[in-house]
Design a protein around this ligand. Structure first.
Ligand code: ADP
Ligand code: C5P
Length: 217
């Protein structure tokens, strides 16, 4: 641990930053795991989604053949990297706010205060070397494609204003091919692969223990 990673936080405690990347296919359980970690470490942890950094595509409809939200070029990854570096130095950032309903980066921004544990989650975060280099722990949540698809259909209809036909078309035209081309191969870069993502209690407990050990040392 370098001296640079030791920063002073609000409550006056000196802490080492620990950056955790959580990757995996769509609806694999990344958000669920990130929330479990956040609940364990409370104000000592923050979550940043790579999805916050999607470029604005509000002029397109999801049905549009040209739109591909699963390609690495769809994200402003440089901005995420810049903001992570600031957080690691103990500085607050103004992160973008994104709407899946309108495919739009909203005008508002959200302040994120630095914390000892910085959790980043996204389907493609292990694809980029600039991001990989920042993580202290890289976790890949591995969930079977059929389970992920079923979860995605329910979630996108319920939470992202999509129809079954739209989810099906998008899954076959971009989500599945991009998963096979970019997401699945990025598993190679992970330190830990969690099977049956979401509520794998043993895996979650081991990860929490690893983070606690790191913070103690
Ligand atoms: P991701 O962030 O990888 O897209 P989420 O954690 O948001 O995945 O999970 C996708 C959907 O599947 C959500 O609606 C979530 O509630 C549900 N889900 C996650 N884990 C489980 C699980 N173990 N069992 C059933 N549903 C789950
Ligand atoms: O939460 P999850 O990891 O599933 O989020 C990533 C998925 O969100 C991608 O597979 C992408 O297809 C989808 N997405 C979308 N519409 C957007 C932005 C992302 O369907 N506007």
């Amino acid at each position: 641990m370098t001296k640079k990673n030791i920063i002073k936080f609000k409550r006056g405690k000196k802490m080492k930053t620990f950056l955790i990347g959580i990757a995996g296919g769509t609806a694999s359980g990344k958000t669920t795991l990130a929330r479990i970690l956040k609940d364990s470490f409370q104000e000592d942890a923050i979550i940043l989604k790579h999805d916050y950094y999607y470029y604005d595509r509000s002029h397109f409809k999801v049905e549009d053949e040209k739109i591909n939200f699963d390609h690495p070029d769809s994200f402003e990854t440089e901005l995420l990297v810049k903001q992570l570096k600031k957080l690691k130095k103990g500085e607050a950032v103004q992160r973008p706010v994104y709407s899946y309903k309108t495919n739009e980066r909203l005008a508002e921004k959200k302040r994120v205060n630095p914390a000892a544990i910085i959790i980043v989650e996204g389907i493609l975060i292990f694809h980029y070397e600039i991001l990989r280099k920042l993580f202290d722990l890289k976790i890949y949540v591995d969930t079977d494609a059929d389970i992920r698809l079923l979860r995605r259909i329910s979630r996108d209809i319920k939470e992202r204003d999509r129809s079954f036909e739209s989810v099906k078309r998008q899954y076959l035209s971009t989500v599945k091919p991009m998963h096979e081309k970019y997401v699945e191969p990025s598993k190679y870069y992970s330190d830990i692969i969690i099977p049956h993502g979401g509520l794998n209690e043993i895996a979650n407990d081991l990860i929490i223990k690893k983070i606690k050990d790191h913070l103690r040392n």
